[in-house]
Ligand binder design. Structure first.
Ligand code: AMP
Ligand code: MG
Length: 490
């Protein structure tokens, strides 16, 4: 058995009411091999070095042989999927192995995704295709490097087995690390249990684990609701400022910790169009780019409903309290958005900067301008709106650009070098471009060639600086590749 000397392991989730999870073992796979191991994250976690990209580690992270420090369980949750309530979802293909206390004394879940059927699988096979594992590995790690709160990827394994989706595909297992996997849907599930203490115990657990300051409040459960509202407002504003579309903002895919989780058909906007939807399963465009803040608020209302019994004795009073809390969401959101967008423009956070950002976005939409390229090149236009390295050439409406840029320049004050540095720290040089992710997936799944995957996994760590290696990742997609679609392909 591998040593656990370096690992601080706990299993606090398994002390919650038994209705909230099922103990369950992974199903072994035929011939596992490594796709990736994240040594840096492993070090941060204090993960056992004996398991880091070793044969022993492969047995553990493929689910073939679980050591004694694991206590694998599937978590129960409900979820509003595209607006419809499914009372019983739960981890149908994921298992929590353990909680690890990392070097910063933070508790983090170690979870296998794609590890075989669980009591919550319904008709699913409990597996993941390799393509979505690759996407989640790269995009979640890129999001982290971009500064966005997110689940992380510790490892990815190729199972050596096929899964049947539209046709046969290689299978994969992701080892996911998250502050927790407690979702709005977890609260929905708990609130529907005959055991009326379940919701309170879950809420107390989440306060203790994620928002300990709430315990000091006169109204800890209202403080909890407010904290989740603020965390989600700030998260979604961050997404919006980078052109990120989650793709499936069902209540079971929204973590109460405020991290981005459950990367499915997610993607970054190429040319700016606020109505963009990438997911082939989102036919109504419910989770379009521009709807994300509103959907977050809708999801938070579902969370608030579950907390009503804890907010006041009389339900009518609880509804008033919850409604007031939810009504503060837009204010938190716009504050966070204004801050992010102002920084992207090299300006202090003011209403004037917010207006300039809105006007620029309008102009970008009208001119179908690439989101990431435009913001990144803006730093070159601080002095000269028509600097050849600036965004001027991206706009067909040259007059519109001229007028906007002149107004923007009037608001810029201070040292030019500092302004540019600030802008470059908010406007990534590259993001995981959809066509690149597709190419990487194709290289791995069709040709067994990991080269491109490994290059991107290495380069994604520094998205805000241009280097000799990362220039190709900044190239926009050829026009022929639009419009891009992601398939849930799970
Ligand atoms: P997702 O769309 O990945 O967020 O998953 C929604 C629900 O379906 C969750 O309860 C998943 O655990 C479950 N699910 C997704 N794919 C599978 C699968 N291949 N086998 C079993 N359950 C699955
Ligand atoms: Mg999910």
């Amino acid at each position: 058995m591998p040593s656990t000397a370096t690992m601080q392991i706990e299993h606090s989730y398994s002390e919650l009411p038994a209705t909230l999870f099922e103990l369950c073992a992974p199903t072994p796979v035929a011939a596992p091999s490594w796709l990736a191991f994240n040594h840096q994250l492993a070090a941060e976690l204090g993960f056992d070095p004996a398991l880091a990209e070793t044969a022993a580690g492969l047995q553990v992270l493929s689910g073939n042989q679980l050591p004694a420090w694991t206590k694998s369980l599937a978590q129960a949750y409900s979820g509003h999927q595209f607006g419809q309530l499914s009372p019983r979802l739960g981890d149908g293909r994921a298992l929590l192995l353990a909680e690890i206390i990392d070097h910063n004394q933070q508790r983090r879940d170690i979870q296998l995704k794609g590890s075989g059927p669980t009591p919550y699988s319904r008709r699913g096979d409990g597996r993941s295709a390799l393509g979505p594992v690759i996407r989640e590995y790269l995009v979640s790690e890129a999001m982290h490097a971009l500064g966005v709160p997110t689940s992380r990827a510790l490892a990815a394994v190729i199972t050596g087995e096929n899964v049947y989706r539209e046709h046969l595909k290689s299978g994969g297992i992701l080892t996911r690390v998250a502050a927790s996997h407690i979702r709005i849907g977890t609260f929905q599930f708990a609130s529907m249990q005959p055991d009326h203490t379940a919701i309170k115990r879950l809420a107390d657990y989440v306060i203790n684990r994620h928002y300990p300051a709430c315990a000091e409040s006169d109204q800890p459960y209202l403080a909890l609701l407010n904290s989740v509202i603020q965390a989600q407002a700030s998260l979604v504003a961050h997404w919006m400022s980078l052109g990120f579309i989650h793709g499936v903002m069902n209540t079971d895919n929204m973590s109460v910790s405020g991290e981005t989780i459950d990367y499915g058909p997610c993607a970054f906007i190429d040319h700016y169009d606020p109505t963009t939807v990438f997911s082939s399963i989102d036919q109504q465009g419910r989770y379009a780019y521009r709807n994300q803040p509103m959907i977050a608020q809708w999801n938070l209302a579902r969370l608030a409903e579950t907390l009503l019994p804890l907010l006041a004795e009389a339900e009518a009073d609880a509804v008033v309290i919850a409604t007031a809390a939810l009504n503060a969401f837009p204010e938190f959101y716009y504050q966070a958005w204004q801050q992010r967008m102002s920084a992207k423009l090299g300006l202090p956070s003011t209403a004037a900067a917010k207006l300039l950002a809105e006007q620029l976005l309008e102009l970008m939409a009208a001119n179908k301008v690439d989101f990431t390229l435009c913001f990144r090149s803006l730093a070159f236009a601080v002095h000269d709106a028509f600097d050849p390295q600036g965004p001027a050439a991206l706009f067909t409406d040259q007059q519109g650009w001229r007028v906007w840029a002149a107004q923007w320049q009037q608001h810029l004050t201070g040292d030019v070098v500092e302004i540019r540095q600030q802008m470059n720290a908010s406007n990534p040089y590259f993001i995981p471009r959809n066509h690149q992710i597709e190419l990487i997936i194709q290289q791995v799944t069709e040709h067994g060639d990991l080269t491109l995957f490994q290059q991107f996994a290495r380069d994604l760590a520094t998205p805000f600086s241009e280097t000799d290696d990362n220039q190709r990742w900044a190239e926009p997609a050829p026009a022929s590749e639009m419009p891009y679609r992601t398939f849930c392909g799970t």
